[in-house]
Design a protein around this ligand. Structure first.
Ligand code: RP5
Length: 284
């Protein structure tokens, strides 16, 4: 896999253009003296919110230099891809190669920024029967998809792991916030939703699909997204059937979406769905 979206311009939420990187020049093992990546950090990151690291390159912040490749207090700076290198300025180097940009762009952490993606699936049914795709002859899987507010693209309702949070908690929290608008659920509804959650997000029901790099348009040479994608499949459709889908937080819409290789989805999300169809024998 060679990252593509991580080299796209303009950079999300800006007019900033990356230094163009041709496929042949992505790998760090390729010498490229002319490489001159754009240095960019979004204002919202520079403002120093609690989810962002300080800019440890500034002399008064040196004491805050992150402990790369380690569990650094409550922040996990280890990569699923193994030990990552640091460049001559002590900045982490994106293990998937050049992106045309250094510093953090919109990402808060130097190095890996950990996310979690819950893939909730069921079979498409009509009159109780599974719907079979005409071309592949295989039953069609559906997943819960959200429309991202930042770019308008459909996506898995994932999100960033908070400091000290286990990714299994992130999966539920993000799903609740984005697909059920849990932050605004009335108190009287909370008990019912909690029971539904326990049924869908049980350990027995969880299948890890992927843990690794995400080809996200926000990645830079010094900061990138890694995720763990976990599938929660409801074979009968009974526990997910009466989920009350309501977009919330970073999502502007939510729906059950038929899985098919022609979907246009955010970042590497289509690749995760392919693995899900292989797992259950669904149409692709
Ligand atoms: C993607 O960005 C991940 O796969 C995850 O879905 C998402 C996390 O970022 P936010 O949704 O929190 O912006 O790379």
């Amino acid at each position: 896999m060679i990252h593509v979206k991580a080299r796209s311009s303009p950079y999300p939420g800006s007019q900033v253009k990356r230094f163009p990187v041709h496929d042949d020049n992505v790998s760090w093992s390729r010498e490229w003296a002319e490489y001159d990546p754009v240095d960019y950090t979004a204002e919202c990151v520079k403002a120093g919110p609690e989810w962002a690291d300080p800019d440890f390159r500034e002399s008064d912040q040196l004491k805050h230099a992150p402990r790369f490749n380690e569990l650094d207090g409550r922040i996990d700076r280890r990569s699923y891809l193994g030990v990552y290198e640091l460049d001559k300025d002590n900045l982490p180097r994106n293990p998937m190669g050049r992106t045309g940009m250094i510093s953090r762009g919109l990402l808060g952490k130097w190095g890996p920024n950990h996310a979690a993606d819950p893939i909730v699936t069921r079979w498409k049914r009509e009159g109780g029967e599974k719907v079979i795709h005409k071309l592949s002859g295989k039953p069609i899987l559906q997943f819960i998809s959200i429309k991202r507010k930042d770019c308008g693209q459909w996506a898995i309702p994932g999100g960033m792991v908070d400091a000290g949070e286990h990714p299994s908690t992130t999966l539920k929290r993000e799903f609740g916030e984005e697909a059920l608008n849990s932050l605004r659920i009335p108190r009287c509804e909370k008990d019912r939703i909690r029971k539904q959650f326990q049924a869908i997000f049980s350990k027995e029901n969880a299948v890890k699909i992927y843990a690794g790099y995400v080809d996200d348009p926000r990645n830079t040479d010094s900061a990138w997204i890694e995720t763990v994608a976990v599938n929660f499949h409801d074979d009968t459709g009974n526990s997910v059937g009466d989920l009350n889908l309501h977009a919330g937080d970073d999502a502007e819409d939510v729906q059950w979406c038929d899985i098919d290789k022609n979907l246009q989805l955010y970042a590497s999300h289509l690749q995760f769905l392919k693995s899900v169809t292989e797992l259950w024998g669904g149409h692709w």
